[in-house]
Design a protein around this ligand. Sequence first.
Ligand SMILES: N[C@@H](CCC(=O)N[C@@H](CS)C(=O)NCC(=O)O)C(=O)O
Length: 195
Amino acid sequence: MKLYDLDLSGNCYKVRLFASLIDTPLSIIPVDFVRREHKENKLMQLNSWGEIPILEDGEVVLRDSQAILVYLANKYGGEAWWPSEAHLQAEVMQWLSVASNEIQHGPNTARLIKKFGLESDYSLCLARSERILTLINDHLANNNWLAANRPTVADCAVYPYISITHEGGIDVDKYTHIQAWMDRITKLPNYISLL
Ligand SMILES: N[C@@H](CCC(=O)N[C@@H](CS)C(=O)NCC(=O)O)C(=O)O
């Protein structure tokens, strides 16, 4: 199974992290982002959106880190990571949406501005980050994990960009429940860090 990957990308890291947690080997294909390899023919044929990560598993080709997590969990991770019970699966889905919406447009974009020079509204990203980090912190005050009372793909989807908020100029020290949750994640068997 191949992952077209960028080491600094939190979206790619989600996939690497989850594959490691479920002990599923990935063949990592580094993409030369600076040379814009993701916009060249070969990768555009796999994902016409011109984005990574891309997962290739035989005939199956997938884009979008959340969708890839769901695929891997269904196929290789099992019930523990992607519950089949309707309300638990919906709980996990709530957090996958948070990863691709509130996290993407808050902490992730703040990092793109500060670390990679993206031109965008930084104060708006800070306000969005403050809101979503407070909501997550409040949720974790009464829950060890984001969904289903256990580690699931929800945690793998939300964790990466929160673990590197400092690169976007956001300090998470005051969010003590988030700190404790991140600590629990780093203690999961086969945990790997971003770099
Ligand atoms: N929703 C997608 C977003 C993927 C994405 O934006 N990837 C970035 C790297 S982290 C990318 O390839 N950007 C290239 C571009 O926007 O041109 C996901 O979760 O995988």
